[in-house]
Design a protein around this ligand. Sequence first.
Ligand SMILES: [Mn+2]
Length: 238
Amino acid sequence: MSILFISDIHLSESRPAVTELFFRFLKREARGADALYILGDLFDAWIGDDDCSQLAENVKNNLSSLTDAGTKLFLQHGNRDFLIGQKFLSYIKASLLDDYHILEYDTVRVLLTHGDLLCTDDVHYQRFRTKVRKPFNRWCLLRLPLFLRQRLADSWRRQSIYANAKKSADLMDVNLGAVVSVMEYYDTSVLVHGHTHRPGRHRVDDSGKERIVLGEWNSYGSVLSLCEASWTLSEVTL
Ligand SMILES: [Mn+2]
């Protein structure tokens, strides 16, 4: 049984090489896997399932071919694509996971999350997140015309680049206290997340708990695999 985990592909029309790398990955590595988990930020921006861009169409078709070939597909929302909805998910035959999802593999309990919820030091971002994720606000947002949502997404992205440039690197990383308490709360020994774009494997405490961080996709793709109870964090290229 082999399971793959990726996040932060940040697909965008402005990065065609990443799109090509991602489609190759779906046809090669992901085809042989039993399941693929995408832990958020598949898209650099997703403004609603009525997005009819060429990129959206191509991604839907490639993901749909993967699930047709037998690989199970699971998705979590990221901060950039939290407007992914049921229409998109049904088309690609994927299941949406909660912001915190527990995967049970043999006797190991693995906690999966995008990672932004763990950046608790960034109070400004957390306040923004709480506001935009409220079901009523989300409902209103999705009823705006497509061009307005596009403009809003562009403006949020610009504001976030501007704000992040002024924030320290520590502020934008996960809070280790938050990591420990969330792993305790869900009683898990492994935590897998992305979002911070700092791939690596970290010991959480002396009891052997581990935090595995997925990297962002650019000239290579960051892929974590779980096979026969062993974890491998590696890079895929074209
Ligand atoms: Mn993110």
